[in-house]
Structures are given as structure tokens and as C-alpha cells.
Design a protein around this ligand. Structure first.
Ligand code: PLP
Length: 286
């Protein structure tokens, strides 16, 4: 007999062969949250922890070709998009998401790697905004991404609120602006604060700021964790809260491999056992 409780998640994203970001990070995260992982590759990047050396972008036709058999066969409970490098890929992804009436879409508007490599051109970014923001459940930019999308500089909390309003006016119902690139100091302690804008409500999520260079893949992992939790019918705010706790643990459990910005600890290093120990009170394995 089939186990119909299994939640299937999908990631439409780029491949980082060094395993820290992109679809490999997404698959490890879906698996950590006990979801079944599926994926479509939008771009094969050539990278390691030190940087990105090139990309071989896939065509919209190729991405559609990957997605169709998966969607005709499996019931997808939630999905995320990561690196969508070109307009034709975005147009095909949006079309297929609408045709199959996929729900629980998390859009991680991947723009540039921490090492400074552009993963999307301006034309594609405009199409990402027009086609995917209106059908998303949530859009999850970090501060540099929020700046590029909104066209304004973000230096403080007032700017974050303004940028989120602009992003919402572009069609995104809910926006999570991740503050990891900016430290908030309170009573001599440093925090990384994320701001969730749900309609006209604002919720903040704080975690201690961890001084580290092991951050490769944090954005991918956070959006994948939100996806896995939405698949399990967690309410959006709760999903963001648990996902942030998961990423904080993954940063603390980073394996310290590679010469550059090393990956955070998910998968074999930070798997289900650690997840249950550290995030377990939050995640009740529905
Ligand atoms: N490579 C791919 C394929 C990605 O999707 C991303 C981010 O989403 C990155 C690299 C960036 O990784 P980071 O900025 O966390 O180093």
C-alpha cells in the first residue's frame, strides 16, 4: 500500500556542484524535514567555496522537459524557485506552475552570490517580478536582493519597511527580508533580524548574530525549509520561525570545509538527529 502521508517538495533552481547552495542544499533541507525531494535544474554552475567560475544555463524548454514528467506523476505539496537565470526559464516555470495549479510557492529571488557573481540579468529579474511574485506564497530576499528589486538603498529598519512595501506593490503578498547582512545591536548583543511582512502585518524573528565565514547556502536552505514546512501545512509565520531556527543551527554546525565561504551544516552533517535535538521542540513532524 502507498504511504500517502509523504509530502513531495520541488525545487526549480541551479546546481552548485560543490554542494553548499542551490538544489543540493534544497534537497538536503527537504530531506531533513522528512519531505521527499524533487528538482529541475535551471543552470549548471561551475563553483566551489571560493567562487563561481562560470555557468551553463538551461533553456526554458529543458526546464519544462524536466518538470512535466514529475508533475504528471507526483502530487507536489510545496515548491520553491532559486536561481532562474533567464527570461525563457521564468516564463516556462510560471506557465507550468499555473497550469498544474501548484500551491505553496516560495520564491527566493536569487540575484548574486556572496562572492559577487551575478546569477540573473535585468531582463530576467523584471520577468521574475511580473510572473512569479503574484503567484507566490512568499518572496524571501536578503538585503542586497531587496535593494536590487525595489531600486532603493536599504540601511536601516525604516528602509526595510519601505522596500518591503514596494515589493508587495509588485504583487508579492508576503515578503521575508532577511537581515543576516546587517547586525542589529541591542543591550550590547548582536542579532540577525528577519522581517516578515504578511499583508499589512509585520513580524520580526531574531537570532543571535554568529560571526562566521560559513554562510554558503543560507538563503537556499532557509527558503527550502519554509517550503518543506508549508508542505506539512504549517502556517506561514510558524514555518518562518522554525526555518530560521534550523538555519541558525546549520550555521553553528557548519563543517568548515573548503578554502572560501564554506557551507552551512545540513544533510549528513546536520541531519534529522540534530534537527530533532535542536529544533525538535519547534518541529513536531506532522
Ligand atoms: N549557487 C547557486 C546555484 C545558488 O542558487 C546560490 C544562491 O541561491 C548561490 C550559489 C549563492 O550562494 P551563497 O551566496 O550563499 O554563497
Amino acid at each position: 500500500m502507498k504511504n500517502n502521508d509523504t509530502k513531495v517538495c520541488l525545487t526549480i533552481a541551479g546546481l552548485d556542484p560543490s554542494g553548499g547552495a542551490g538544489i543540493i542544499a534544497d534537497i538536503k533541507t527537504f530531506t531533513s524535514f522528512k519531505c521527499f525531494a524533487t528538482s529541475a535544474v535551471t543552470s549548471i554552475t561551475f563553483q566551489n567555496t571560493a567562487g563561481v567560475y562560470g555557468v551553463e544555463n538551461q533553456s526554458g524548454k529543458c526546464v519544462r522537459g524536466q518538470l512535466l514528467p514529475v508533475l504528471e506523476d507526483l502530487d507536489i505539496s510545496a515548491l520553491k524557485t532559486g536561481m532562474l537565470p533567464a527570461k525563457d526559464v521564468i516564463v516556462e516555470a510560471a506557465r507550468i506552475i499555473e497550469d498544474f495549479k501548484l500551491r505553496n510557492l516560495v520564491v527566493d529571488p536569487v540575484v548574486r552570490t556572496t562572492s559577487g557573481f551575478d546569477l540573473i540579468d535585468d531582463d530576467a529579474l523584471q520577468s521574475l517580478i511580473e510572473k512569479l511574485f503574484p503567484i507566490s506564497t512568499i518572496v524571501t530576499p536578503n538585503i542586497p536582493e531587496a535593494e536590487r528589486i525595489s531600486g532603493m538603498t536599504v540601511n536601516n529598519e525604516t528602509d526595510i519597511v519601505k522596500a518591503a512595501g514596494l515589493i508587495q506593490s509588485m504583487g508579492a503578498k508576503n515578503v521575508l527580508i532577511k537581515g543576516g547582512h546587517q547586525r542589529t545591536i541591542r543591550q550590547e548583543k548582536e542579532y540577525a533580524v528577519d522581517f516578515l511582512f504578511c499583508g499589512d502585518q509585520i513580524e520580526t524573528f531574531e537570532a543571535e548574530y554568529i560571526e562566521t565565514t560559513s554562510t554558503h547556502g543560507t538563503g537556499c536552505t532557509l527558503s527550502a525549509a519554509i517550503t518543506a514546512l508549508l508542505a506539512q501545512q504549517y502556517e506561514l509565520k510558524e514555518a518562518v520561525r522554525i526555518a530560521k531556527a534550523f538555519v541558525t543551527q546549520a550555521i553553528k554546525n557548519a563543517p568548515d570545509i573548503g578554502a572560501g565561504n564554506s557551507p552551512i551544516g545540513i544533510g549528513s552533517v546536520f541531519g534529522i538527529r540534530t534537527l530533532i535535538q535542536n529544533v525538535g521542540e519547534l518541529f513536531d513532524e506532522r
